[in-house]
Design a protein around this ligand. Structure first.
Ligand SMILES: Cc1cc2nc3c(=O)[nH]c(=O)nc-3n(C[C@H](O)[C@H](O)[C@H](O)COP(=O)(O)OP(=O)(O)OC[C@H]3O[C@@H](n4cnc5c(N)ncnc54)[C@H](O)[C@@H]3O)c2cc1C
Length: 388
């Protein structure tokens, strides 16, 4: 493993999708970067993600970042140069209230504004796309055919390898423990492997990002929330009617979702009874709870046993939207956190944005509404509705 260098232009803290993408984009632009990860690459929330990648959001900025990320993911085998098993069978949100239908109709218009293919479809059309969907009570569905899913660990490893090729130093099993500030300027980061001099820190520590913010006096209102999913046993011949390109499907009112995972299914839902905290113990009642939702919305899934599963953390922001920007309390502290369950898919675009912010270039979208200041200075919250 590489040694901690004496100095670097930028120290990125966190080796999930955000940190790896930031390190790649900065190193590619010629910036000297050190990435510090306290465990292994992708070992935080990123490896726990369901892999969903989409532009189907309600917030214009999320639509733009989702679409940009999809373009970057489609080009991933060329740049940075890694297979990521990208499938694009689309995202299908099944809607069962008139309010939700109205909200998704409005979102569809935003999608079109950003060139994202998107349409409202009938329940019957939704069932043709996904024969497992029970459409009793469904009023309509939102379908974005170019969305999909890919492998989170591969994305992180691709960015990390690409960053290394461009000279970045990536240290795992290395924890950032302090940031030194002199006369309002960051001067160094203390780690479990020693001290590295730097003028810039990028906080990509996900659910742990408030601890890094506190090192420079910035309060970041992110809370960890356990989320669980399971992988079923392989599909039997009874599922021969389920197409390979079955969309990632979400029962919007209950958050039950499922997509193909090789020859099995990946299933999850957002358990409203979960409490904030870092506890990753799996809920013994999870199979029963998800089974109740599937009984209503996708009963054939109950024919498949659970083969494996895991729990991970959402880094939840008060309005379920990204917290991203550069804090003006010190020079220079950048942060990208609070992704509230949709960070994996934004990682590619956010790496580009962090690079541009560092270089003083204008990013492809104005991310100032995502500033952490919105929580402290009575700024406007920015709720994202299409969340899971
Ligand atoms: C069950 C589940 C399903 C999900 N499904 C999806 C999905 O389908 N699509 C989607 O877009 N998102 C999904 N997400 C959300 C997604 O996983 C996160 O938004 C995303 O991975 C956040 O990436 P990150 O790089 O910010 O954080 P992380 O991947 O958590 O990376 C942060 C890293 O910082 C490290 N770190 C923390 N403190 C320090 C320190 N002091 N020093 C050094 N390193 C430190 C941690 O070890 C960690 O590796 C899901 C999440 C879960 C839990």
């Amino acid at each position: 493993m590489a040694n901690l260098p004496q100095e670097a232009d930028v120290v990125v803290i966190g080796g999930g999708v955000m940190g790896a993408s930031a390190a790649f984009h900065l190193a590619e632009a010629g910036v000297s970067v050190v990435l510090i990860e306290k465990n292994e690459l992708a070992s935080g929330s990123t490896s726990k993600a369901a892999g969903g990648v989409r532009a189907n959001f309600s917030d214009e900025l999320n639509v733009a970042m989702g679409a940009r990320s999809l373009d970057l993911l489609a080009d991933f085998p060329n740049r940075p140069g890694q297979e990521i098993d990208l499938h694009r069978p689309g995202y299908l949100f099944a809607l069962s209230t008139t309010e939700d239908v109205t909200a998704f109709e409005a979102a569809t218009k935003i999608h079109h504004k950003f060139g994202v293919e998107s349409r409202m479809i009938t329940p019957q059309e939704a069932k043709e796309l996904n024969p497992l969907l029970e459409i009793d009570g469904i009023l309509a569905a939102s379908f974005t055919p170019n969305d999909g899913y890919c492998t989170p660990e591969s994305v992180v490893l691709g960015y990390a390898s690409g960053a290394r090729k461009h000279g970045a130093i990536i240290l795992t099993q290395t924890e950032a423990t302090d940031i030194s500030v002199v006369d309002g300027k960051i001067v160094s980061v203390t780690t479990s492997a020693g001290v590295v001099k730097t003028s810039t820190v990028i906080n990509c520590a996900g659910a742990w990002s408030p601890t890094i913010g506190a090192m420079v006096g910035l309060e970041i209102p992110v809370k960890p929330l356990r989320r669980e999913l399971l992988i079923t046993e392989p599909l039997t011949e009874d599922f021969a009617d389920v197409p390979d390109n079955m969309p990632m499907t979400i029962d919007y009112s209950t958050s039950l979702y499922w997509h193909r995972e090789g020859n099995a299914m990946l299933m999850g839902f957002s358990d409203k009874s979960a409490e904030y905290g870092f506890d990753l113990k799996r809920d013994p009642k999870f199979p029963e709870k998800i089974g109740e939702l599937a009984y209503e919305r996708a009963p054939r899934l109950l024919e498949l046993g659970a083969a494996s599963g895991w729990a991970g953390l959402y880094d939840v922001a008060p309005d379920h939207n990204a917290i991203m920007g550069e804090w003006d309390g010190v020079s220079r502290f950048l942060y990208a956190t609070g992704f509230s369950g949709h960070g994996f898919l934004q990682g590619p675009a956010i790496g580009e944005i962090l690079r541009d912010m560092y270089l003083g270039k204008t990013p492809f979208v104005d991310i100032s509404p995502f500033s952490n200041d919105r929580f402290s200075s009575g700024g406007e919250l920015r709720p994202e509705k299409n969340i899971i």
